[in-house]
Design a protein around this ligand. Structure first.
Ligand SMILES: Cc1cc2nc3c(=O)[nH]c(=O)nc-3n(C[C@H](O)[C@H](O)[C@H](O)COP(=O)(O)OP(=O)(O)OC[C@H]3O[C@@H](n4cnc5c(N)ncnc54)[C@H](O)[C@@H]3O)c2cc1C
Length: 408
């Protein structure tokens, strides 16, 4: 389906989801202006370099848009989870079937690959260094501030909000009366660290996601192409408060993570200077306004990273949008309403499943299953079922809820 009248779309946020949304719209005949607050798009989106695990949901979408091979080239395949219990040997749990695989990729590498995809399109114009301050739903305009401080108004036939967890476009949508919205901040945060092996090799096996379950906290580490592991230490606030000095952090790592000490690439002082990342769930009842505004990706539904689903969910949003645009022709209002109808329960289910999986990461035991093959993570990643269906099967009495989660 093409839109011959050259409708203008303004996309706010050129992260992975914004880039794929640009591809979806440009390939259907829209003229697309893609804005991002980053001055240079090769800069990390959040000033941090995190690794993402892409599962068959996300990879399937990338394959469909012809960029799966390019993404595989800059990622590392993973076939198992490696649990590092505190007082026992590492236990490797294969995902289950030989063809079950996920891919570790830095968010920046994924973003760059998708930017390369859209930069080939003459219909897409990139605008770096533009911060969206405000979206006006009724006028279909955006108020944008450029680097030199100048503020301009951008008018578009449709506005796509892919501006992540603190979305300015969503802020306008949730002001519509009687729109339920919830932002739930996890009472803790995360710090990143690097594990480097001797002689340029992986410190631990390089084709697994590594998990250190520690009761009320955990660390995960994903492999990089340079044969390092990128670790993410997730701590509740009360634990983090005890780790204000390098000596305290050294003692903590020696007690809980003795196996990583020989491989730690950063000193405790350096780790303490790293910003602590916030972990947030966003549930928003409405993902569109008429046929002119639509949220996708983290702007629509941000989930805690305890099951590695956020970008997979967002890439799926784009594939669903493509299908619904084709189905509903030029009736954008119908198409966007159908996106809300299909993706809202998926986002809510994914949020609940991700929160549930905190139990597995902290305990090291599969949630809702006797075996690794049937674990929640395997069901979510490999069953081919919707998030909603997995939640209905795995979480007792599950139903989609925006404002309150009864499950955690
Ligand atoms: C520690 C951690 C680990 C994670 N692990 C995984 C994982 O293993 N697997 C997985 O699938 N997901 C994971 N995620 C989630 C994943 O990072 C997000 O779901 C994904 O980045 C969302 O993509 P997005 O394009 O919607 O938003 P973002 O990547 O956040 O991109 C938003 C873009 O919008 C721009 N922007 C923001 N505000 C404005 C504004 N006002 N004006 C203009 N531009 C703006 C930003 O500069 C950015 O480029 C993890 C997240 C964290 C924090």
């Amino acid at each position: 389906m093409r839109y011959p009248n050259k409708k203008r779309a303004a996309i706010v946020g050129a992260g992975p989801v914004g880039c794929l949304a640009a591809e979806v719209l440009a390939s259907r005949g829209f003229r697309v202006d893609l804005y991002d607050k980053r001055v240079a798009l090769e800069q990390p989106a959040s000033g941090r370099s995190i690794n993402l695990s892409l599962n068959p949901r996300g990879m399937g979408v990338l394959d469909r848009f012809g960029t799966g091979a390019a993404v595989r080239e800059v990622s590392v395949p993973m076939v198992a989870r490696a649990f590092h219990p505190r007082h026992h040997e590492v236990s490797i749990q294969p995902y289950g079937k030989p063809e079950w695989m996920t891919y570790s990729i830095t968010r920046d590498a994924l973003n760059q690959t998708l930017l390369t995809l859209v930069q080939r399109r003459p219909e897409v114009r990139l605008h770096c260094g533009y911060v969206c301050l405000h979206a006006d739903l009724h006028q279909s305009t955006l108020t944008m501030r450029s680097l030199d401080g100048r503020v301009k108004t951008v008018t578009a036939d449709l506005i796509i909000g892919t501006d992540g967890v603190a979305s300015a476009v969503r802020a306008a949508l949730v002001r519509v009366p009687r729109t339920n919205f919830a932002k739930i901040v996890f009472p803790g945060g995360y710090r990143e660290l690097t594990l480097r092996g001797a002689a340029g090799d992986f410190p631990f096996c390089g084709n697994a996601i590594h998990i250190w379950p520690r009761g009320d906290f955990f660390m995960v580490a994903l492999p990089n192409r340079d044969r390092t592991l990128r670790g993410t230490l997730v701590l509740p606030d009360d634990r983090a408060r005890e780790l204000r000095t390098a000596a305290a952090l050294d003692a903590f790592l020696t007690t809980y993570f003795p196996d990583i000490l020989p491989y730690l690439a950063e000193m405790a002082e350096e780790l303490l200077q790293r910003p602590v990342g916030e972990i947030v769930t966003v549930r928003c009842e409405v993902l569109h306004y008429a046929g002119s505004v639509l949220l996708l990706g983290d702007a629509a539904h941000s989930v805690v990273p305890f099951m590695g689903q956020g970008v997979n969910l967002g890439l799926e949003d784009c594939a669903v949008l493509a299908g619904l645009l084709d189905e509903h022709g030029t009736d954008l209002e119908q198409a966007f309403a159908a996106v809300t109808e299909q993706r809202l329960p998926e986002g809510l289910a994914c949020a609940d499943l991700s929160e549930w999986n905190y139990k597995e990461l902290t305990s090291g035991r599969p949630v809702a299953a006797a075996s690794a093959e049937e674990s929640l993570v395997s069901q979510v990643n490999f069953s081919g079922l919707s998030y909603r269906r997995v939640a209905e099967r795995a979480i007792p009495h599950w139903c989609p809820r925006v404002v309150a989660s009864a499950h955690c």
